[in-house]
Design a protein around this ligand. Structure first.
Ligand SMILES: C[S@@+](CC[C@H](N)C(=O)[O-])C[C@H]1O[C@@H](n2cnc3c(N)ncnc32)[C@H](O)[C@@H]1O
Length: 241
């Protein structure tokens, strides 16, 4: 008899969230829809940082036309997909991991599946539904492979990638490597400021990075979006020293 540990069960509740970007005159409007799966995996639903970062990209949209953009820890990939809609050449990346989760199929047979494969499948579906052709790669922070060595982005994006302090060093190592290749390149990240400010400052110094701009989400979000971001979110632009 198979005894199930309830914490291993993933109930796959799906939904589609709609995201609208507009200018004051409403002459320029872009709509994006994102499929989300309400599971325990962080990469399967839209985090507040994604909503804020996408709005920031929209407000700086002229910078994205023709740019090489790389999104780290993209998950459902709202910022990267918007950048692609605005004319950027986008590579979406997320963690490669073989951890398995369990799901119940229609006939209640329990099947293992690779949860990170699901993140990539969902990302690909979101690109298709929004009619953008992004490249999708696995990229684990702090690991180097040929794909990683070939990347040369102008803009690196990261929404809610600063949440687990044990990953910060690997994340900044990756960011520093990418920014050092191209001194004009910038890392734009939206994150919820938790208690980790000191370790971020320490790691930025260690990896020879500097914050050139820090903006509170409330300064840039239109009134209509303030309610969808109930937590405090900051946007930082980071460059190589
Ligand atoms: C909090 S979620 C944010 C997802 C998405 N950017 C958003 O804002 O909706 C963090 C994302 O980073 C990815 N991630 C976590 N650790 C990682 C690592 N070490 N290397 C690469 N990606 C990682 C997760 O798989 C997940 O998609």
């Amino acid at each position: 008899m198979l005894i199930l540990n309830e914490s291993l069960l993933c109930v796959r509740m799906k939904r589609v969230s709609k995201h609208r970007f507009w200018d004051d005159s409403e002459r320029e409007v872009t709509n994006i829809q994102i499929s989300e799966v309400m599971e325990e995996n962080y990469g399967l639903y839209v985090w507040p940082g994604s909503i804020v970062l996408a709005e920031y990209i929209w407000q700086h949209r002229t910078l994205f036309r023709g740019a090489q953009v790389l999104e780290l820890g993209a998950g459902t990939a709202l910022p990267g997909i918007l950048a692609a809609k605005l004319g950027a050449h986008v590579t979406l990346t997320d963690l490669e991991n073989n951890s398995e989760c369990f799901t119940i199929s229609h006939d209640t047979i329990v099947q293992p599946y690779n949860i990170h494969l699901q993140v990539f499948e969902n990302m690909a579906r979101n690109c298709e539904e929004n009619q953008v052709g992004c490249k999708i790669l696995s990229l684990t922070w702090g690991s180097w492979d040929q794909n990683m060595l070939n990347l040369n982005p102008d803009v690196v994006l990261g929404a809610d990638v600063l949440y687990n302090s044990s990953d910060f060093d690997d994340l900044f190592a990756t960011v520093a490597f990418l920014l050092q290749k191209n001194p004009a390149a910038v890392f734009i990240t939206a994150y919820e400021p938790r208690s980790a400010h000191r370790s971020i400052e320490f790691l930025m110094a260690k990896w020879k990075l500097q914050c050139i701009k820090l903006v509170d989400a409330h300064e840039i979000l239109p009134q209509a979006k303030l309610l969808s971001v109930s937590t405090s979110v900051e946007i930082a632009e980071i460059k190589s020293l």
